[in-house]
Design a protein around this ligand. Structure first.
Ligand SMILES: Cc1cc2nc3c(=O)[nH]c(=O)nc-3n(C[C@H](O)[C@H](O)[C@H](O)COP(=O)(O)O)c2cc1C
Length: 189
């Protein structure tokens, strides 16, 4: 399978980055072809809501890296998105990517949106300060899961599953138990 590993945290030594590095290692060991994409190495302007992408299926503002990123997403089978919880949501850089991909991900119809990325699947790797089970109860990890799903589900991208490193203030490293969960998800690719 072709796997696109997207880093959506600025911190290269953070918890989501560690989870992603481990997922990449396991995916390679299992024979998948992994491409790495660090969103912080790319330039992405904001969505202008011009609506032109609804027809073209592609953002028409091409003077940044949106074409390259969209092409990577269109050409993969599986997306592994590593994104920490920021305000119960994905970080702004990831939200901005979702916004810029509105036309690439779906087409409006008179009824339900028509997905444009069907056949792909995704894994979400996330981390938050809030300790379990409060991260789920109070909309922290459950918030990012819901918001990421809004994009992927509308795009026709099915969820493989998610792994959460909770309580990050009190952890030096991602515990083996959580890495084992990451491993299980990668084995389901
Ligand atoms: C801007 C910002 C917003 C955050 N919002 C939340 C939040 O809503 N809930 C939470 O539990 N942690 C929140 N955190 C904490 C991060 O999720 C936590 O530090 C996480 O480990 C960061 O991931 P990283 O180690 O991969 O960088 C926030 C951190 C930042 C910088």
């Amino acid at each position: 399978m072709k796997v696109l590993a997207i880093q959506g945290s600025y911190r290269n030594n953070g918890k989501t980055s560690s989870m992603l590095k481990y997922a990449i290692k396991r995916a390679k060991e299992l024979g998948h072809k992994v491409t790495e994409l660090n969103l912080f190495e790319k330039r992405l302007d904001y969505c202008k809501s011009c609506g032109k992408c609804d027809e073209t299926g592609q953002c028409v503002y091409t003077n940044d890296d949106i074409e390259e990123i969209t092409s990577l997403i269109k050409n993969t089978d599986v997306i592994i998105l590593a994104a920490p919880v920021y305000w119960g949501n994905v970080p702004a850089i990831v939200k901005n990517l979702f916004d810029r991909m509105v036309g690439a991900s779906m087409k409006h119809t008179k009824a339900f949106p028509m997905p444009r990325l069907s056949g792909k699947r995704y894994i979400l790797l996330t981390a938050c300060h809030t300790k379990a089970p409060f991260d789920k109860i109070f909309g922290q990890s459950s918030g990012i899961a819901k918001n990421a799903k809004e994009f992927f589900k509308t795009a026709g991208v099915k969820e493989i599953g998610m792994a959460v490193c909770d309580d990050t203030n009190n952890r030096e490293i991602v515990p083996n138990k959580i890495l084992a969960k990451v491993n299980k998800l990668v084995e389901r690719i």
